[in-house]
Ligand binder design. Sequence first.
Ligand SMILES: NC(=O)N[C@@H](O)C(=O)O
Ligand code: NI
Length: 167
Amino acid sequence: MRTLTIEPLTKEAFAPFGDVIETDGSDHFMINNGSTMRFHKLATVETATPEDNAIISIFRADAQDMPLTVSMLERHPLGSQAFIPLLGNPFLIVVAPLGDEPVSGLVRAFVTNGRQGINYHRGVWHHPVLTIEKRDDFLVVDRSGTGNNCDEHFFKEDERLILAPHQ
Ligand SMILES: NC(=O)N[C@@H](O)C(=O)O
Ligand code: NI
C-alpha cells in the first residue's frame, strides 16, 4: 500500500479540489469605517437546485487511530462542503480529483497550518474529516436538500493507502 506524502496546504496545490479559506495571501478591503478588513468571497457555497439551502453546522470530531489505512473516500454530488477549524488546530485532508470513482494513484494528502479552512468543490472525493488533535471542532458549511448527497467509494485492498502523520 502506498504511504501518502502529506503536503502543506496551499491555495495553488489545493486548487483542483477546492478553495483554501485563509487570510494569509488573500485579497481584502476595508469596511466598517476602516476598522475591519474584509477578506471577501474566499469560497462559494455550491448547491444543486433553487430549493436547496446552504447550512452551517459544527462538527465535533474525534481523532482516527494513526497510521490510518485510507480504505474509502466520499463525495457530495449536490453541493460543496467547507470545514473551518474553530480551535486553531492543524488538521489533515485526503482528496482525489473529480471523476466517477477516485483513482488511488491520484489521491493526495495535505496538512493545514491551523489558520486555514477548506471548501471542497461539489463532487470532489475526500476522506471524512480527519483531526490531528484527539478531538477538534469545525464550522461546516454545506448543502441541505432532497436526494442523496453522499457517495462513498471503497478501494480494493491493493488500492488502499496509508496516512501516517506522526512518522
Ligand atoms: N457525513 C458528513 O456530514 N461528513 C462528511 O461529509 C465529512 O466530509 O466529514
Ligand atoms: Ni464530506
